[in-house]
Design a protein around this ligand. Structure first.
Ligand code: SF4
Length: 538
């Protein structure tokens, strides 16, 4: 069966805040110049917003720059933050910081609490109004290169293959979508951007990206906390592990709760899902949830490396934006405003490149200057050594963060990072964390959590978790690290029985943890034909 080809001027892979901000802003700029350009945005989720997951307390600065009338135009703000606090948790108790005692990064009054799933639907409508075509249900499986190794588009995933890759009766080859410019806005650990970064050495001279793993739940509870924002540190983590929790009060007696852990902890037995379940049993959290019920579950990785871990953003025929490029401020626990800004900066660079001649790497490289002149750069520059300082221990990280805050980030120097997967201790030195949770009034096992993510995949399709060398798992990993995949995956995709790896790919919630956290980098997350979680209202 012949593969169809579609040609557009600009292809955006990923309908998240960065991709949609790029598309809207670029379409407007083309219109202002009196030029018509075909702009296509594709997303792997079956419906727009289904794969969008974030806390999310948003600094509206980026959104209001791209959409100045967002509020009056119906941007879906769930609540504005009216009270904020930080709780330092210890076993059975907590110390509360608020008002003048609240550390500046946790001050959120006036910020917007949003569901990113709803927010991107609104952004997509705005992009369409500006003349952009936005389609869900098309996953990019491969980057297409031209004769000079320039990026010329993306091939979408084939449909209708069986488990062994054989063509079934409903086989339909993916499309080749060719574009003069391709913008990678796939979110954290994009599968296409990963191959592109390796092929084009986009991380040369940068710090390795380091990641956080976030597990989130939405609850309906008895008492409203609408507008309240609480962040927590401490228990159940000890100070050797970077991470903490959140409670955001939504309208309708709902709570967004979650827990993020830095993936550079080194403990081969750590179970992110179990830590989050244990955190809910703390009296300070359990009293908020008592009598309530879980509504949704999700999990996702977030890039925490900051400014020094942002790759080269451009090359012949391509740009990188948003989480894909690591636009996240780990100190403020915020990335949406930076993602939107990175999209807008990319639109300016693309506009200038097209106006000049064509989107070559040289023409697109003006994004570096635009970024360095922006508030996004200033914000990230101030905290450029924040997150990696914690790789040197809690005390060092804490003191360094304090000094950098006092001096406004003016201390010179660059602290390097070590990749998360290189930091594991051997299994014998990995302390037992909380064991996998059981179903109780407040806690859930992983399969129940998967149920609440509504994740589904067609069973008869090639496995989208590719293990290039299975012998590493049995011959080395079992002995050296005790197969951490069985612990770090929040969805029980990896199970070990009698020294055999059994995989349940249909449980996958697309968090990308395995692609990052495997100690031998022996897991490749590739796109499934369709499916995944359904994060409506998340
Ligand atoms: Fe996340 Fe990988 Fe598990 Fe899927 S298989 S849920 S991407 S860790």
């Amino acid at each position: 069966m012949e593969r169809e080809t579609l040609e557009v001027d600009v292809l955006v892979v990923g309908a998240g805040p960065a991709g949609l901000s790029f598309a809207t802003e670029f379409a407007r700029r083309c219109k202002d110049r009196g030029e018509e350009k075909s702009i296509l945005v594709l997303d792997k989720a079956e419906e727009l917003g289904h794969h969008q997951l974030s806390g999310a307390v948003v600094d509206p600065r980026g959104i209001l720059e791209v959409w100045p009338h967002a509020e009056s135009d119906g941007f879906p703000i769930q609540a504005k933050v009216s009270e904020d606090a930080f709780w330092w948790m210890r076993s059975g108790g907590k110390r509360k910081f608020q008002g003048p005692f609240l550390p500046p990064p946790f001050k959120n009054k006036g910020k917007w609490i949003v569901s990113m799933s709803e927010a991107v639907q609104w952004m997509a409508t705005q992009a369409e109004a500006a003349g952009v075509e936005v389609y869900a249900g098309f996953a990019g499986a491969e980057v297409l290169y031209g004769g000079n190794e320039e990026v010329v588009g993306v091939r979408t995933v084939d449909q209708g293959r069986g488990k062994s890759g054989e063509q079934k009766g409903n086989y339909q080859p993916g499309y080749d979508i060719k574009a003069a410019l391709t913008v990678f806005a796939e979110g954290a650990r994009g599968n296409l951007a990963k191959t592109l970064m390796a092929k084009k050495n986009l991380m040369d001279g940068r710090n390795a990206q380091i990641w956080g793993m976030g597990v989130k739940e939405i609850w309906e509870v008895e008492h409203s906390l609408e507008g309240q924002v609480i962040h927590t540190g401490g228990w159940p983590l000890d100070t050797s592990i970077y991470g903490g929790g959140w409670v955001y009060g939504l309208p309708g007696n709902r709570l967004s709760i979650g827990f993020v852990i830095g993936m550079d902890h080194g403990n081969a037995s750590l179970d992110y899902h179990a830590c989050m379940q244990q955190w809910k049993t703390h009296p300070a959290i359990s009293e908020l949830l008592e009598g309530g019920k879980i509504v949704k579950f999700g999990a996702k990785c977030v890039p925490e490396g900051g400014l020094f871990s942002i790759p080269r953003l451009w090359g012949d025929g391509f740009l990188l934006v948003g989480d894909t490029a690591g636009f996240m401020n780990a100190q403020r626990l915020k990335g949406v405003h930076l993602a939107v800004k990175s999209g807008a900066l990319a639109a300016e660079a693309a506009d200038s490149a097209f106006a000049d001649s064509a989107p070559t790497g040289a023409a697109l490289s003006c994004i570096d200057t635009l970024f360095q002149a922006s508030w996004a750069y200033q914000e990230l520059h101030k905290v450029r050594n924040f997150r990696q300082a914690f790789q040197r221990g809690f005390l060092y990280g804490f003191l360094r963060a304090g000094i950098d805050t006092v001096f406004g980030g003016r201390l010179p120097g660059r602290l390097p990072t070590q990749s998360d997967h290189e930091r594991y201790y051997s299994v014998s030195k990995s302390p037992q964390g909380p064991s996998a949770a059981q179903n109780g009034p407040l806690t859930f096992d992983k399969l129940t959590s998967v149920f609440h993510s509504s994740s589904m995949h067609e069973e008869d399709q090639p496995c989208h978790l590719v293990v290039p060398d299975p012998s590493i798992c049995t011959d080395r990993c079992t002995e050296e690290f005790g197969n951490p995949c069985q612990h770090f995956c929040p969805a029980s995709v990896y199970e070990w029985q009698d020294n055999q790896l059994l995989m349940n790919p249909s449980n996958c919630v697309h968090c990308k943890t395995c692609d990052i956290a495997d100690p031998y980098e022996n897991i490749d997350w590739v796109v499934p034909e369709s499916g995944g979680p359904v994060y409506t209202g998340m």
